[in-house]
Design a protein around this ligand. Structure first.
Ligand code: 5RP
Length: 220
């Protein structure tokens, strides 16, 4: 029977609970799929001593459930980080940042040993780029960055949004990203970009995808 997207997100989130390690700091991402994960965490409360979060919104949700959220500054390494994606390939490369939390998500991912991506099947693609690529930009660099993105073949559109870090987001339309890691490196070199939403150089290690019939786990 066909499931709604929300049911699939919840199923993927539930399947990720087995990755929660006892006594370790748990990395928690941002978005509607992760919100299901956070809402399910009380079922494994005995395993969780502390969490590290990638956004103000997730921090507030974790605190509302009674979990301790520690600043990433106080953490050397995170064994497991669970987060969603806007697009993901078979190689576990992703576009992220639809919720605007890409910079903190990339930082938490960088200090995590295992990145578990949870998603419904609508996010699975052969080639990244149909979902507009979010790019977080220092406000004064907006026009400069937009010109650079146009030169790379994209069509940047300013989002009506300010990030948790006080920056703007340009959503880049019209891309077909055949080599995500190379493109991520090119974007990393543009002055004024804080973070781009390509998670290819540090992709996911585990992908949990829910479709109408089942929940599948793919490991890198
Ligand atoms: C937030 C993100 C999210 O993981 C991504 O947008 C997926 O969100 P959702 O689970 O709501 O579909 O990168 O910045």
């Amino acid at each position: 029977m066909a499931k709604g997207a929300d049911d699939k997100k919840r199923a993927a989130a539930e399947a990720a609970l087995v990755y929660v390690q006892a006594g370790a700091v748990l990395g928690v991402g941002t978005g509607s799929t992760v919100n299901h994960f956070i809402d399910l965490l009380p079922t494994v409360r005995d395993r969780i001593t502390a969490t590290a979060s990638s956004s103000v919104a997730s921090t507030e949700r974790l605190v509302a459930h009674g979990f301790t959220v520690i600043p990433l500054e106080d953490v050397d390494t995170i064994p497991v980080y669970v987060d969603g994606a806007d697009e993901v390939t078979d190689n576990l490369e992703m576009i992220k940042g639809g919720g605007g939390a890409l910079t903190r998500e990339k930082i938490v991912a960088a200090v995590s040993e295992t990145f578990v991506c949870i998603t419904d099947d609508s996010k699975c693609v052969d080639v990244l780029g149909t979902f507009p690529l979010p790019v977080e930009v220092i406000p004064m660099a907006q026009r400069h960055v937009a010109r650079q993105l146009e030169a790379l073949g994209g069509r940047p559109v300013l989002r009506d949004f300010i990030t948790d870090n006080g920056n703007i987001i340009l959503d880049v339309h019209g891309l077909r990203i055949a080599r995500p890691a190379e493109f991520e490196t090119q974007l990393d070199a543009i002055v004024g970009i804080v973070t781009n939403g390509l998670f290819a150089k540090r992709g996911a290690d585990v992908l949990i995808v829910a479709d109408d019939e089942r929940v599948e786990t793919i490991t890198r």
